[in-house]
Design a protein around this ligand. Structure first.
Ligand code: NAP
Length: 250
């Protein structure tokens, strides 16, 4: 795939799934802006066609400013991947408004702001791809994580709505819905689930692995592979879809 001359922006692109997508896009020739809150994390992996930009997706001014500077530096955005997210779980009776707002603010408000600012730049293009990294928790309920589940269902609703609104343009909107992927989110959840459920970290990890139908963690590169499939110029008729990557049917 030749993405030479195309500018891609990936939120949360300094680690995990976002970084795997950034590397794959850069390898295909795109200029890739990676964003996140921790500048030092971004700068460590930037270089060549990968460019670091500090931006907090939960902060409207930061997103507006971040997109403006990325577009000024590398031109219109042709590929936007709304990937930034947190996966913190808490039962309803233990959740307060601040926790709810944090999860929705980063995962759903963040995706909205990212797509809104991307669309401002994606005018008059002959090719455009907007991809949301949702989750299988966007398709079905994830036990112990109602706020996360709501945020990921919301991301899919946003993708479906925008795919209708921009129908007939060269821009497609799709969501990728992975099961458990081998990233920091899983290692952090291994610790927090073990503490909450009173089980060992080994048991907590086993629980997550067993949720994936093929009984193994998914690699970030497998998710990146699906993102690249959606970025292929021949994928222009795939729009408003959810691509489940969970080793089997959910
Ligand atoms: P990760 O390595 O922890 O990536 C999350 C990224 O989001 C980090 O780079 C983080 O960077 C960024 N981020 C978090 N809050 C942000 C904010 N307010 N503003 C900007 N960036 C922010 O874990 P990952 O697994 O690759 O997660 C990527 C996405 O995949 C998430 O949306 C997650 O929900 C989704 N997902 C993951 C799994 C899984 O099992 N790993 C499964 C399904 C879906 P900073 O902290 O530096 O901001």
């Amino acid at each position: 795939m030749d993405l030479n001359g195309k500018h891609a922006l990936i939120t949360g692109g300094g680690t995990g799934i976002g970084l795997a997508i950034a590397k794959a896009l850069a390898e295909a020739g795109a200029e890739v802006t990676i964003t996140g809150r921790r500048k030092e994390v971004l700068e460590k992996v930037a270089g060549g066609r990968i460019h670091a930009l500090a931006m907090d997706v939960a902060d409207e001014a930061s997103v507006v400013e971040g997109f403006a500077s990325a577009v000024a530096a590398r031109g219109q955005i042709a590929i936007c991947v709304a990937n930034a997210g947190i996966a913190e779980g808490k039962a309803l009776h233990k959740m307060d408004m601040a926790f709810w707002r944090k999860v929705i603010g980063i995962n759903l408000d963040g995706a909205y702001l990212t797509m809104r600012e991307a669309m401002k730049s994606m005018t008059g293009l002959e090719y455009g791809r907007v991809i949301a990294i949702a989750s299988i928790a966007g398709i079905k309920g994830l036990r112990g994580a109602p706020a996360y589940t709501a945020s990921k269902h919301g991301m899919i609703g946003l993708v479906r709505g925008l795919s209708e609104d921009y129908m007939g343009t060269p821009i497609t909107f799709n969501a990728i819905c992975p099961g458990y992927v081998d990233t920091a989110i899983v290692s952090e959840n291994t610790v927090s689930i073990a503490a909450r459920a009173g089980i060992t970290e080994e048991q907590a990890l086993k629980m997550m692995v067993q949720t994936n139908r093929h009984q193994r963690l998914i690699t970030p590169e497998e998710v990146a592979h699906t993102a690249m499939y959606l970025c292929d110029p021949n994928s222009g008729s795939i729009n408003g879809q959810t691509m489940e990557i969970a080793g089997g049917q959910m």
